[in-house]
Design a protein around this ligand. Structure first.
Ligand code: SAH
Ligand code: SF4
Length: 391
């Protein structure tokens, strides 16, 4: 079955007709232009951006009135023409292992999920870049969701701000800097294919990396792609973050069925793009994500082929035990099988960590994310039919 790969998405314009402009998600240049358009003298605009930026992204302030280094008149003008808005939290669940999952609502009433995974000495926020996903990887719950739209840059960085609110982690102006961060890393591994929403993801991550705001180093941000080959070089040049790739198979025949974008850009084309990535982005290793599916991609021969394929690429192979979801057409490989597979890779000289599923009790694990409303709407039969299963 060859499912067409389409990109049926639209973005909500940043400026709603005649409405106030949301400052969240604007690049520094865009914010400067917006201030000038609203009457700020050109000469002052850069300094004003710096001040507003610090309030919004450095200290988590959402109320212009609290921006005390701006004149009262200017604050009132800002409040008239602009808003500072982030996605609204609809619900929050906390797993027995400490993982938090939020369902947030964005413009148009759409919903996406955001997951926070606390670990020893660090904490990772898994954010979404799209509502649903236009791609239809057969093992992924998000891929069964029909409804799709790109998130704006504000909605993407807004997820990070929302999590900082909930973790109560905004620094207080003037207080000594706390080096231990609850939210220390970002992974773009939630809902959606980030490289089908390139500009918004780029702008949002630039904001997250900005030295005067959220201040997360590009080494602490990992973008995961299913393999949108033409955008990989752009990611290296324009974002420079760490890259993870959903590899999942060692032959084109199997990868075509698991990750259908492989029909457009096959394993060879993908590997060529990946070879160039570390140098251009000046990053370390590429993470190869490999979901372990019982009897599908988990043989010893697969492990040997995998190390042959990636030879020469600085890499780490992240083995992900398949996370089941209602109606999923696959089973998780046994622990023994996963260990054996990991061992072959490790002996060939690559780190091969097995990803511990987190937050399974709240459906927060990789590939389980989906808007709750969508989840409720679909029956198991529908999902199976859409996944091409006739049983
Ligand atoms: N669209 C991007 C990022 C989101 S998915 C991508 O595909 O890379 C994040 C990771 O979770 C990907 O490696 C994806 O293949 C994996 N994944 C999806 N469904 C999964 C499932 N049910 N079990 C385990 N991993 C899954
Ligand atoms: Fe989309 Fe990634 Fe899921 Fe594939 S694995 S359907 S690209 S979210």
């Amino acid at each position: 079955m060859s499912a067409p790969i389409t990109q049926d998405v639209h973005t909500i314009p940043r400026k709603l007709p005649d409405g106030p402009i949301n400052l969240v998600g604007l690049t520094r240049d865009a914010m400067r232009d917006a201030l000038i358009a609203a009457g700020t003298p050109e000469k002052q605009a850069k300094m004003r951006v710096g001040q507003i930026w610090q309030w919004i992204y450095g200290w988590g302030v959402r109320d212009f009135e609290a921006m005390t280094n701006l004149s009262k008149v200017f604050r009132a003008e800002l409040a008239e023409k602009f808003v500072i808005e982030i996605p609204e939290v609809v619900s929050k669940q906390v797993s027995t292992d400490g993982t938090r999952k939020w369902l947030v609502r964005i413009a148009g009433g759409h919903e996406v999920e955001v997951v926070y995974i606390p670990e020893e000495g660090r904490g990772t926020l898994c954010i979404s870049s799209q509502v649903g996903c236009t791609l239809t990887c057969s093992f992924c719950h998000t891929g069964t969701q029909k409804l799709v739209r790109n998130l704006t840059a504000g909605e993407i960085v807004g997820q990070v701000m929302m999590a900082r609110d909930d973790l109560n982690e905004w620094p207080v102006p003037g207080a000594p800097k706390d080096e231990t961060r609850l939210l220390s890393n970002i992974v773009l591994m939630g809902m959606g294919e980030p490289l089908y929403n390139f500009e918004n993801v780029r702008d949002a991550m630039k904001i997250a990396m900005d030295a005067e705001g959220i201040q997360l180093s590009r080494r602490r941000i990992t973008l995961s792609t299913s393999g949108v080959v033409p955008e990989i070089a752009r990611t290296a040049e324009e974002i420079g973050c760490q890259l993870a790739v959903s590899f999942h198979a060692t032959t084109d025949a199997v990868r075509d069925t698991l990750v259908p974008i492989n029909k457009r850009w096959n394993i060879d084309a993908l590997l060529e793009a990946l070879r160039a990535y570390p140098k251009v982005s000046n990053s370390e290793r590429i993470t190869f994500e490999y979901v372990m599916l019982d009897g599908v991609n988990d043989s010893d021969a697969d492990a040997h082929r995998l190390v042959d394929l990636i030879r020469g690429i600085p890499a780490k192979i992240n083995l992900i035990p398949f996370n089941e979801w209602p109606g999923a057409p696959y089973k998780r490989s046994s622990n023994n099988r996963i260990r054996k597979f990991a061992d072959i890779i490790y002996k060939a000289g690559y780190a091969s960590p097995i990803r511990t599923p987190r937050g399974e009790d709240i459906m927060a694990a990789c590939g389980q994310l989906k808007s709750a409303t969508e989840r409720a709407r679909k029956s198991r039969k529908q999902i199976e039919a859409e996944a091409g299963m006739s049983s």
